[in-house]
Ligand binder design. Structure first.
Ligand code: 13P
Length: 254
């Protein structure tokens, strides 16, 4: 069964005290609340993962890292590997974010390696895909996301997909205040689903959650999450305030 997931990507925001404050506030917001089966995830910066994971212990909120290196250990100054992230309390990793692709030159081939490294450690992968504005204007968005999925993930055996979550994040909607319409999200999610089903069959497809990301906020979450092929959200700006993040999660209210 597809899971409902709302994940907060804190990006390069929040010092250690600020991260702890946000975690504590989130804890308060979620206390005694019915989450209607929604899994909640937060992704702080590396240095704050351990403290945030400790602070959120017992709450059911999972902690993700925003990246990993593809090697397990070694002379890679400044990098963090999957086993190191896991030992700090992360159970998931966001890979393929457009900011990593754009500013750090991450390619599909590299992301395939990082995915393997994460899965080998039992980290769940939240794998981001999405087109830039020019690609959408040229009508190439279906093709672009399809290639991203195929190039980075289609080498995986079917059973590996139980640890893969996809996140469709149109680059033109990230941090811009401009959101894909629920219909735009739905049609591309349905397409991605069909691409996965064609390769792996219905069984895998029916298990894979596809999140939407890109200026998702308390005002538009409910309408976006209501679409049949949208299984949740990957939230940037609106995850930096506990009340806003909770309001996004409430987009799933039953
Ligand atoms: P915003 O919600 O700030 O647009 O960011 C989305 C995103 O990039 C989440 O990974």
């Amino acid at each position: 069964m597809r899971r409902k997931i709302v994940a907060g990507n804190w990006k390069m925001n929040k010092t250690l005290p600020e991260s702890l404050e946000l975690a504590e506030n989130l804890k308060k917001e979620l206390e005694g609340q019915c989450l209607c089966g929604v899994e909640v995830v937060v992704a702080p910066v590396f240095t704050n993962v351990y403290a945030v994971a400790e602070a959120l212990k017992g709450t059911g909120v999972a902690v993700a890292v925003q990246n990993i290196h593809q090697m397990k250990s070694g002379a890679y100054t400044g990098e963090v590997s999957a086993p190191i992230a896991k030992s700090a309390g992360a159970t998931k990793v966001i890979l393929g974010h457009s900011e990593r692709r754009q500013y750090f030159g991450e390619t599909d081939a590299l992301l395939a390696e990082k995915t393997d490294a994460a899965l080998a450690e039992g980290l769940e992968v939240i794998f981001c895909i999405g087109e830039v504005l020019e690609e959408r204007k040229a009508g190439k968005h279906f093709e672009v996301v399809e290639e991203q999925v195929k190039n980075a993930l289609f080498h995986l055996p079917a059973e590996a997909w139980k640890n893969i979550v996809l996140a469709y994040e149109p680059v033109w909607a990230i941090g811009t205040g401009e959101t894909a319409t629920p219909e735009q999200a739905e049609e591309i999610h349905a397409h991605i689903r069909a691409v996965v089903a064609e390769k792996y069959g219905k069984e895998v497809d029916e298990e894979v959650s596809i999140l939407y990301g890109g200026s998702c906020n308390p005002k538009n979450a409910k309408e976006i999450f209501a679409k049949p092929n949208v299984d949740g959200g990957l939230i940037g700006g609106a995850s930096l305030k506990a009340a806003d993040f909770k309001a996004v999660i409430d987009g799933f209210k039953c």
